[in-house]
Design a binder for this molecule. Structure first.
Ligand code: PAF
Length: 283
């Protein structure tokens, strides 16, 4: 596995691989790799000759009172896991390399970024779309892979890719779960023992909504009420939002139409740790 730290070297290496007829996939991450990330690498490997994994804890996407400083970082372990997973190139730039002094350029997607995560975390998506655009220009991939757990992020990146004509296929990797159903996330390590036990409430709520949908229960208000009641079974949990949205626009669905794709999304806080989860479904 080749390890690259600079933008110039990464761009030159990608360019030469492309000139040699190789297809490239990028898996952007903030490190603290877990099985969820490794499943994205596997998907990337099935779609391209060379897989680039980027590790960069992007300061732009963290709010002033968020966890940028304490975000888990373990590059040695990431390097080990990336190598084992068959990553070809690990791109691990410094903050100064991506945001040198007098950096002033940003990429924003409007509308889609105004609700849910965008409402609770102002400027978060501006940070994500800026760094992802930079990573696209630096790694020059044919394919980029993102996890479905961050459903709104995925929708925003798809929109940006379409609107700005990036010639890149965006692939989505399914949510990878712990044995008890908790969606894997680098932030799960912040959970206290008691919160970790209660955190399965997100998956249990998803399962409940799924079974109601499968039983032909399609009244949105009633489905959301059922989900909210279930979440109350976890006394340590504070619900940020629970909603059923159109999969493309992220606008709350008014009714469930045959053949259309929707996402049931939820964000729940345990202390200062926010957990996201979702269920994609087509009627
Ligand atoms: O999902 C993440 O880990 C980050 O938001 C991403 C896409 C790597 C951008 O920093």
């Amino acid at each position: 596995m080749k390890i690259i730290h600079t933008v110039a070297e990464m761009q030159a290496h990608s360019e030469s691989l492309r000139n040699n007829g190789q297809t490239l996939a990028v898996v952007p991450t903030m490190g603290a790799l877990h099985a969820g990330h490794l499943s994205l690498v596997k998907l990337a490997k099935s779609r391209a000759d060379q897989v680039i994994l980027s590790v960069f804890v992007n300061p732009l996407q963290f709010g002033a009172n968020e966890d940028f400083d304490k975000y888990p970082r373990d590059i040695k372990n990431d390097e080990h896991l990336a190598r084992q997973a068959g990553v070809d190139i690990l791109f691990y730039p410094s903050r100064k390399e991506l945001y040198p002094e007098h950096y002033h350029s940003y990429v924003c997607v409007d509308t889609l970024t105004e609700y849910f995560e965008g409402d609770i975390r102002p400027d978060h998506f501006k940070g994500v779309t800026t760094v992802v655009s930079k990573l696209f220009n630096i790694t020059k991939p044919h394919v980029a892979v993102f996890g479905e757990k961050d459903a709104q992020q995925l929708a925003v990146i798809r929109k940006m890719t379409r609107d700005l004509n990036f010639d890149i296929d965006i692939l989505a990797g399914s949510i990878v779960r712990e044995k008890d159903g908790l969606a894997m996330s680098s932030r799960n390590v912040y959970l206290s023992k008691a919160a970790r036990v209660e955190a399965t409430i997100l998956f249990k709520t998803i399962e409940l909504v799924k079974s109601s949908l499968n039983n032909g229960f399609h009244d949105i208000e009633a489905l959301l009420a059922q989900a909210k009641t279930n979440l109350k079974k976890a006394p340590l949990a504070t619900v940020d939002y629970v909603q059923l949205v159109d999969a493309e626009t992220f606008k709350p669905a008014q009714s469930l139409l045959q053949g259309k794709a929707y996402i049931f999304i939820l964000a729940v806080k345990f202390g200062s740790t926010r957990l996201l989860d979702n269920l994609h479904f087509t009627m």
